[in-house]
Design a protein around this ligand. Sequence first.
Ligand code: HEC
Length: 193
Amino acid sequence: MTWTRWTAVGMTIVTLAAGAISLSCSSNSPTTVATEDPVARGARVVYTSGCMDCHTPGSLYGMPDTTRMLSGSELGWQGPWGISFPRNLTPDSATGIGSWTAEQIVTAIREGRRPDGTALLPPMPWPMYSHLTDEDARAVAAYLKSLPPIVHEMPKVQPPGELPKRPVLAFPAPPEWDGRNLPPPPAASTSGK
Ligand code: HEC
């Protein structure tokens, strides 16, 4: 037998062995590859998507309050849209989102719309979250529904031009590089020259 034929025989044996291994793996897969628990999956998506930064009190001060996770923050975000507050995402039905269905939560996160049809203001980054898969978005809803409900009435959105009633992160006019392709702010566009 030439060297090439030995190689061919050897390769065939290796290929058959690999096939046998993959066959035995795939026949085991229903028992060995457990599907991830949606709540655990949702927790991972929430932790890695920055939800805590905005929605958990203390987070942006480097000390998230783990006893009141995702119960909303009273640190406002001020911009051309007015002042918005990252809201209470716990399942309290009066002050949180306990009355929302999982599907309504998914729509809010991916399409920026509440069950009553109102749009979510910045800086809620829903345009980024519109890239979540169905499975990940539903897992986020399952995780939010699994949280302990926390009673926390959120401050109301303040319209543009109103003075802040509490501490805010305010966006100054953008520097040249950042603002190059931004539309002019509403006040500048209506002020004539
Ligand atoms: C950069 C800050 C920021 C991040 C990050 C953020 N949010 Fe928000 N979110 C907000 C703000 C501000 C609002 C309120 C917007 C408004 O008043 O219209 C909001 C509103 C919401 C609402 C609507 C709640 C209601 O009662 O109206 C949901 C649901 C929500 N966020 C879920 C999430 C989830 C889930 C994540 C992570 C995947 C997340 N948010 C990440 C700032 C943020």
